[in-house]
Design a protein around this ligand. Sequence first.
Ligand code: FE2
Ligand code: FE2
Length: 177
Amino acid sequence: MISNGMAARINEQLNRELYSAYVYLGLSAQAEAVNLKGTAAWFMAKYNEELAHAMKMYRYLIDQSAAIALSTITAPPAESEGVLAMFERTLSHEREVTSAINDLVDQALSQKDHATHIFLQWFVTEQIEEEATLNDILGRLRLFGDQGQGLLMIDNELAALAKRMAQGTAAQSVAGI
Ligand SMILES: [Fe+2]
Ligand SMILES: [Fe+2]
């Protein structure tokens, strides 16, 4: 049985995952506004992934007979910026999420809450992958440039990545995970 304190912390993280989704949706709209279709599709795929993360937490709380407490989702920053800055902002956001997940793991360990500890392992692994992907994209943007031909090439790569991510999300929802 999950403690009230631990459930409240997972609830907060559920809200943060929804905020992450909102951040990505805002970035997708920004990319659309400058006709970067691949970049927009990639951010939209991330939006769907973050919704799936929130739903994992939602399902876990329900399975643990804990109450769901939904709260207000803060509006993401809406400034217009270059593509490099958009991905830099994304990486710093994901690093904050990683540290929030680590704090949750600390709390689960301190409470000897093995179920929550195991549940959180998926998120620990996911954050490693997310930061690695963002570092990779940022590295390519710095190498090939965030304008002209270089940007066009990266936009095409992001379109292909988004397609693979959408297939992954669809396969997960069929499998019910
Ligand atoms: Fe997430
Ligand atoms: Fe994320």
